[in-house]
Each structure stands twice: as structure tokens, then as C-alpha cells.
Design a protein around this ligand. Structure first.
Ligand code: PXG
Length: 457
């Protein structure tokens, strides 16, 4: 039994199995293996209910940007909860933290983006995107422009609209998704799908799928293109250098909105405040969440560019959309304090100038390992492709099993990384120190060795 808990790990696991339905989980398997109970955290480390220390190379679920244990955020929440724990932003009302947060985000966003619609999560942000995009074209007198083009293996959340915008086949297979009016094009995943093309050739090819899809559907039917700057849940897929410039060229020739999903890339992950700034994109809408509060409380939103905002405001009348918790004062107070810390402690600069160059250099050295086919990354995002044959990019039999094996070995050795198929991915807190990066990379190498040993290669 841990010192802080009146329950043993076994008791918690039994209650969990009896009552708790987890997200994205095979419960039979979980019941057999037993849930890992995470009890506390500090900096980049977690401790489980057995007192084991684990280096969290995923920042929770891509969200704990400022690291764990920052009392300032707890104090901001406490203070706000005493002052005003809840009030809505409907019916001509607002609360001070939500107003200040909208202004603070507008300040950080690209210059043409000056408004924010608040939600409770990234999925709600993308549901908002769908309704806002269609509302925009209605107001512009083009109600036929309804279709949104997303990408295969993109991830935009788990609600009906967000899962439809995403391109995850296993999600679509459960519940008759996507809903009508959403189509998908190929992803810019050179390592898996590039064949004999060079990365640059493949980047152009993948971007031109957008042009073809627009031609096929007719520009008068297409409302928007949605994409993550770098696919996160899909496997930290950094597009070839040619991809985004070619997408920009295509969009410049068509009257279609660009939605850049910043839920993972936003708030410093790439070494810029937003992934759009990293790739020099001019989005019309940017869904945000995760790093907005560093995950300390749930909150999301959509940053809205002037083109769409002015239309909604000047021509739209009432937009029948919103959530009970849109602009929640406690979440907004925590987000404001989170942004203050990111700014005052120059954490985004630290990522750009110190942590990211160091992490990328150190993980690149792992490319010499016999299991590793490619290492890639941007900012504090990284991916390691596990392969049987480095030269041909051939995978081991039973796709995904090597990734799962490596992930389990990582956890047993005090390291959390995610496996997406046979791709190991990382997204550590932005405050990870140079010494902690050394520890992370040493642990990864050890776990790659142990994985190779188990595979007998
Ligand atoms: N957009 C992107 C780009 C995301 O990564 C969402 C939207 C949805 O956000 P909410 O707050 O509704 O979860 C996400 C979420 C994984 C994993 O396995 C990734 C996410 C969520 C759950 C699991 O990597 N990203």
C-alpha cells in the first residue's frame, strides 16, 4: 500500500476492472494485464502506485508542456474557484480570465488571427471547425461548399465530427464514419508509403492528391482542407520539405479554407508558438487544446482568422453553437498562468535554441542501431521506425508487434514512449533538461537493445 493511498494497487485494479471503461482500450486485455495506476508526478517524472519512477517521454498525452508539479497553476485554479468557479459565456456574459485569455492567445497567434472560440477539448474544437466552416460558406452565399478534405491517418479527435475529419480506419469502422461531406487523401508518410520516390518527390506527390481531389469534387463543393502540421497520433509524421510549400501553392489557386490542427503542435512543441509558424502557414482556423493548459485542466478552442471571424461577426447574426464550459473561468485562469510561465521562463525559446537541437542530435545517433530504419523529428517531437531490414525498410512479421514489445520493455525500464504500429514516438515536456535528454536517449538505446535481444536479431 502506498503512503498516500488507503487502497492497495490490487484493490484499485480490481475496482478499475469492475467499473471503469477506459478510452481506446481492449478491456479484456487490460483486465488480464492489470491497470498501471499513476499516483503523482514532478517535472518530467511519474510515480506509479508501487513507487516506481518513470520518465514520461509523452508529456502525458502530448500535453504537459510545462512539466508536472507547477504550484502556480494549482494556485491560479484555487484562487479562481473561490472567486468565480463557473459562469457561462452565453447571454451577453463573460468572465475576466476568459476575456484575458482570448486576448493573450490572439497576441501569440499569427497576425491575421485575432479571435478565439473556447471549447472543452480538441475534439470539441474540431466539431466547432466543421460547423464554423459550413456556416462561413453559407454566409458567403455558397452553401454548396460543404465538403471538408482531411487525410488518411490524420487525427482530429474522437467525437463524431472529429473522428470523421480524422482518417483513422479502425475508428471509422466503428459507428459508420465518416459522416457525409468528409473525404480523405493520402498522408505525406514517406517512410511507410514513399516506395521508390525520394522524400522530396513523394512530398510533391502527396500534396498533389489535394489538387486532384479538388478537381474531382469541383471547387464549388469544397469548403476546407484540414491537417496537422506534423501528424502526432499517426506516428509523428514529419512531411517531406516539399509538402507544405506545394499545399500552399495549391490552396493559393483555390478558394478553400485552410484548417491547421494545432492541438499537438501548438504552444511551443516545434520551438515556435504554433506549428503554422514553423511551416509558415496562413490558416483560416486553428483548433487548439492540450498545451494550452499544459493539461492541468481540460480546455480547447479554435483560433479564428479575420476572414472567417469578420464574416461571422458582421454578416452572421447568431451562430447556434457553444458549450456549457466554453470559456470556463477556472480553466481559463490556469491557461493564462500556463502562458505566463511559457513566456516569462522563455520555454519556447529554450525548445528552439537548446532542447530541440540537442534532442534531435541525440536521437539521430540511434539510427546506427540494427533495429532502426529511420529517426525523424521536429522540436520536441520524435519518431523511431523499427524495421527488420534497414536498407529496404521491411518490417518484422505481424505489423505492430515489435512496437508493442518495445513499448512494454520501455515501461518495464522506467520510460513511457508510445508505439504507433512499429514506430516509437516521443513528445516530452518542453522543460526537459539536457541531462534528462541524455537519460531519455540512454534508456531508449537500452530498450532497443533489449527488444533486439528478445527478437533474436
Ligand atoms: N487534434 C489533434 C491533432 C490531436 O492530437 C485532438 C485533436 C483531440 O483532442 P481531445 O482533447 O479531444 O482528445 C487530438 C488528441 C494518441 C492520442 O494516442 C492522441 C490524442 C488523443 C488521444 C490519444 O496519441 N490527440
Amino acid at each position: 500500500m502506498s503512503s498516500e493511498s488507503t487502497y492497495t494497487t490490487a484493490q484499485l485494479q480490481a475496482l478499475d476492472t469492475a467499473h471503469y471503461l477506459h478510452p481506446f482500450t481492449d478491456h479484456k486485455d487490460l483486465g488480464e494485464r492489470g491497470t498501471r495506476i499513476i499516483e503523482r508526478a514532478e517535472g518530467v517524472y511519474l510515480w506509479d502506485s508501487e513507487g516506481r519512477q518513470i520518465l514520461d517521454a509523452m508529456a502525458g498525452l502530448w500535453c504537459v508542456n510545462i512539466g508536472y508539479g507547477r504550484r502556480e497553476l494549482a494556485e491560479a485554479a484555487f484562487k479562481q474557484m473561490i472567486e468565480l468557479p463557473y459562469y457561462n459565456s452565453f447571454f451577453q456574459c463573460a468572465n475576466p480570465p476568459a476575456v484575458k485569455l482570448a486576448a493573450a492567445i490572439a497576441e501569440l497567434a499569427p497576425p491575421h488571427m485575432n479571435h478565439v472560440f473556447f471549447t472543452g477539448s480538441g475534439s470539441e474544437a474540431n466539431d466547432t471547425v466543421l460547423r464554423m466552416v459550413r456556416r462561413y460558406w453559407d454566409l458567403k452565399g455558397k452553401p454548396g461548399k460543404k465538403t471538408i478534405i482531411g487525410r488518411i491517418n490524420g487525427y482530429h479527435g474522437s467525437t463524431v465530427a472529429a473522428a470523421s475529419l480524422g482518417g483513422m480506419a479502425p475508428m471509422h469502422a466503428q459507428g459508420d464514419l465518416p459522416i457525409p461531406g468528409i473525404v480523405h487523401i493520402a498522408q505525406p508518410y514517406w517512410f511507410e508509403e514513399g516506395g521508390d520516390m525520394t522524400p522530396d518527390e513523394f512530398g510533391i506527390w502527396a500534396a498533389r492528391q489535394l489538387e486532384e481531389k479538388i478537381r474531382e469534387l469541383g471547387e464549388d463543393k469544397v469548403a476546407a482542407f484540414i491537417a496537422e502540421p506534423i501528424q502526432g497520433a499517426g506516428g509523428v509524421i514529419v512531411p517531406p520539405a516539399t509538402y507544405w510549400p506545394e499545399i500552399k501553392r495549391i490552396l493559393s489557386e483555390h478558394d478553400i479554407l485552410l484548417v491547421v490542427d494545432e492541438v499537438i503542435c501548438g504552444f511551443g512543441r516545434t520551438g515556435e508558438w504554433f506549428g503554422s509558424q514553423y511551416f509558415d502557414l496562413q490558416p483560416d482556423l486553428m483548433p487548439i487544446a492540450k498545451g494550452m493548459t499544459s493539461g492541468y485542466l481540460p480546455m480547447g478552442g479554435v483560433i479564428v482568422g479575420d476572414r472567417v471571424a469578420r464574416t461571422l461577426i458582421d454578416e452572421g447574426g447568431e451562430f447556434f453553437h457553444g458549450y456549457t464550459y466554453s470559456g470556463h473561468p477556472v480553466a481559463a485562469a490556469v491557461a493564462l498562468e500556463n502562458l505566463r510561465i511559457l513566456r516569462d521562463e522563455k520555454i519556447v525559446d529554450y525548445v528552439k535554441n537548446e532542447a530541440a537541437p540537442y534532442l534531435q542530435k541525440k536521437i539521430a545517433e540511434l539510427a546506427d542501431h540494427r533495429l532502426v530504419g529511420e529517426v525523424r523529428g521536429v522540436g520536441l517531437l520524435g519518431a523511431i521506425e523499427l524495421v527488420k531490414n534497414k536498407a529496404t525498410r521491411e518490417r518484422f512479421a505481424e505489423k505492430g508487434s515489435t512496437g508493442s514489445l518495445c513499448r512494454d520493455i520501455c515501461v518495464s525500464n522506467g520510460l513511457v514512449m508510445r508505439a504507433v504500429g512499429d514506430t516509437m514516438i516521443m513528445s516530452p515536456p518542453l522543460v526537459i533538461s539536457i541531462a534528462e535528454i541524455d537519460e531519455l536517449v540512454a534508456k531508449i538505446r537500452l530498450c532497443l537493445d533489449l527488444t533486439a535481444e528478445q527478437l533474436g536479431v
